[in-house]
Design a protein around this ligand. Structure first.
Ligand code: NAP
Length: 248
């Protein structure tokens, strides 16, 4: 039997980057996948096709994770189509970088809303079902920046450190009910999010990685797949760094 056979996964921000790789990792293990995206319909449909090519079913739902009404509709669609939610991966995220003195209140609010409140809303909506099922796996995307901080990312660091606090708190709330809650903290991963950085910033980042290379989305997806699987049944409230040794 495949690792995720008969399971349904909801992956936020599954249209691109790490989220897309997570959709494929879970689908390769046999999961049906509901992915949400902010606005990039073409990328979302491409992920749907890539998942279906692996032999499972996929559904793309446009949903801003910072909006409670849209999140409830996302969860409702997943249940209508697949009957249950076994795995939730809170991956949707944005950056709006600037030094504190130049950071607008709007940029602070937007990042916290998408990265932190979005995970809160999705966990609230999905954990209701998971409690009834007495089974669930929640994996949240934090960041090395949430562990170590980074100049120019006060908003992003706050959101990603918040994700860790939220992960540990909910892990304690749900531990006795068959639901695990863990986080992964990626380092520097090659996606659209990091593509905008200058060559100088990239090589500086590379120099700070003991393994000497940037990560790929699949590096993160495999760690998420582990935490979402029954191999990690006795693991909860943990933060797994996937960063080539960056945060040691
Ligand atoms: P990405 O390539 O920029 O993709 C972001 C994804 O999130 C897209 O699918 C996007 O949808 C979706 N999204 C953004 N805002 C959303 C919202 N409000 N509601 C729903 N979906 C939303 O990002 P990535 O690099 O793969 O990062 C994925 C996660 O890993 C993020 O949480 C990020 O903070 C974290 N992370 C990344 C790195 C890295 O180096 N890349 C390192 C540490 C942590 P559209 O396609 O529709 O825009």
């Amino acid at each position: 039997m495949m690792k995720f056979e008969g399971k349904t996964a909801v992956v936020t921000g599954g249209s691109r980057g790490i989220g897309r790789a997570v959709c494929l990792e879970l689908a390769a293990g046999g999961a049906n996948v509901v992915l949400c995206y902010a606005g990039n319909e073409a990328a979302a449909q491409e992920t749907v096709q890539a998942v279906e090519a692996l032999g499972t079913k996929a559904l793309a739902v446009r949903c801003d994770v910072s909006d409670a009404v849209q999140v409830d509709a996302l969860v409702k669609s997943a249940v209508e189509v697949f009957g249950r939610i076994d795995i939730l991966v809170n991956n949707a995220g944005i950056t709006r970088d600037n030094l504190l003195m130049r950071m607008s209140e709007a940029d602070f609010d937007a990042v916290v809303a998408a990265n932190l409140k979005g995970a809160f809303l999705c966990m609230k909506a999905a954990s209701r079902l998971m409690l009834k099922q007495r089974y669930g796996r929640i994996v949240n995307l934090s960041s090395v920046v949430g562990l170590r901080g980074n100049a120019g990312q006060v908003n992003y660091a706050a959101s990603k450190a918040g994700v860790i606090g939220m992960t540990k708190s909910l892990a304690k709330e749900l531990a006795s009910r068959g639901v695990t809650v863990n986080a992964v903290a990626p380092g520097f991963i090659e996606t659209d999010m990091t593509a905008a950085l200058s060559e100088a910033a990239r090589s500086a980042a590379q120099g700070s990685i003991p393994m000497g290379r940037l990560g790929g989305p699949e590096d993160v997806a495999r760690a998420v797949g582990f935490l979402a699987s029954d191999d990690a049944a006795y693991v909860t409230g943990q933060v797994l760094a996937v960063d080539g040794g960056m945060a040691m």
